[in-house]
Write a protein that binds this ligand. Structure first.
Ligand SMILES: Nc1nc2c(ncn2[C@@H]2O[C@H](COP(=O)(O)OP(=O)(O)OP(=O)(O)O)[C@@H](O)[C@H]2O)c(=O)[nH]1
Ligand SMILES: [Mg+2]
Length: 257
């Protein structure tokens, strides 16, 4: 299977070289795509140098910071036109340990459409997170799974492997969200299309170098969108039930006059 790894970066100077070399160690045959949003700290130039050293890597230099969702949509499009069979997405900040990569690829090989590196299945977890971040993420994920009626435990993990065909059906190009909601939307589309979603346990390590781009705006965007989708789903289900019910009819009233 031809593998691509898509990795967006913004100000990851302390992490980018480690990341590219570790991914190359774990997946020697994968093509690595780094999408850098013109990081002011010079991440893009370091990525260019390391790409030349490790080979089979492309650095896409984007004009400016446009958000994670935008970078992923761009990366997916490039991977799609490159004819890859499996597309992996990862954070560059050492939160996603490349050691799990072979297990994720193996799960796709074994038949999964979407593989999620999951903090909330047995064997998974978070290291060195503050209590408030742990609670926020754990409850955010529970709420999302419940509202959207999905069995997935970790809807917002960005550590994933997609079968190329699954990504065609999910069609990320028609999503608009940028933060966690973007990841939730892809998960939701996979679940609604009856895809096989497999969660592989990971230990998520909080970033130690560089600065966080997490913000309240991203969290609020995510919660509002998830709630909106959930309400829409409930209305759709009720509507479908009403149309199926023997007492309801689509025919107009016999005589309205
Ligand atoms: N190209 C691009 N990459 C981004 C952008 N924002 C974040 N990233 C990258 O996306 C990945 C995840 O972003 P993080 O800042 O780690 O987000 P997070 O994991 O939710 O939060 P922290 O780990 O607390 O920083 C990292 O590799 C970032 O460098 C962006 O606007 N453009
Ligand atoms: Mg991070």
């Amino acid at each position: 299977m031809r593998q691509a790894v898509v990795a967006p970066t913004f100000n990851e100077l302390d992490n980018i070289e480690w990341f590219m070399r570790r991914v190359r160690d774990e997946l020697p045959a994968a093509h690595l795509f780094v999408l850098d949003d013109n990081s002011p700290d010079g991440t893009g130039a370091v990525a260019d140098r390391v790409a030349a050293e490790v080979g089979n890597a492309t650095v896409v230099h984007r004009a400016g910071k446009e958000g994670l969702g935008s970078a992923y949509r761009h990366g997916f499009e490039i991977a799609r036109s490159g004819g890859f069979d499996v597309i992996v997405t990862m954070d560059v900040d050492r939160s996603h340990d490349p050691v799990v990569l072979p297990a994720m690829i193996a799960a796709v090989d074994a038949g999964a459409d979407v593989v999620i590196g999951s903090r909330y299945v047995p064997g998974g977890g978070t290291a060195n997170w503050s209590a408030h971040r742990r609670l926020l993420s754990a409850w955010g994920n529970r709420y999302t799974g419940w509202v959207l009626n999905m069995r997935v435990r970790d809807c917002t993990s960005a550590y994933r492997a997609y079968r190329a065909h699954a990504l065609e059906v999910i069609d990320p190009s028609t999503t608009r969200a940028d933060g966690y909601a973007f990841l939730t939307e892809l998960t939701r589309r996979a679940a609604r299309n009856g895809m096989s979603i497999v969660e592989v346990p990971i230990t998520f390590v909080d970033r130690q170098y560089g600065t966080s781009k997490m913000s309240w705006r991203i969290i609020v965007e995510s919660m509002l969108l998830v709630t909106g989708w959930g309400v829409r789903d409930v209305i759709r289900r009720l509507w479908a039930r009403m149309r199926r019910s023997p007492r309801s009819t689509d025919a107009p009233p016999a005589d309205a006059s």
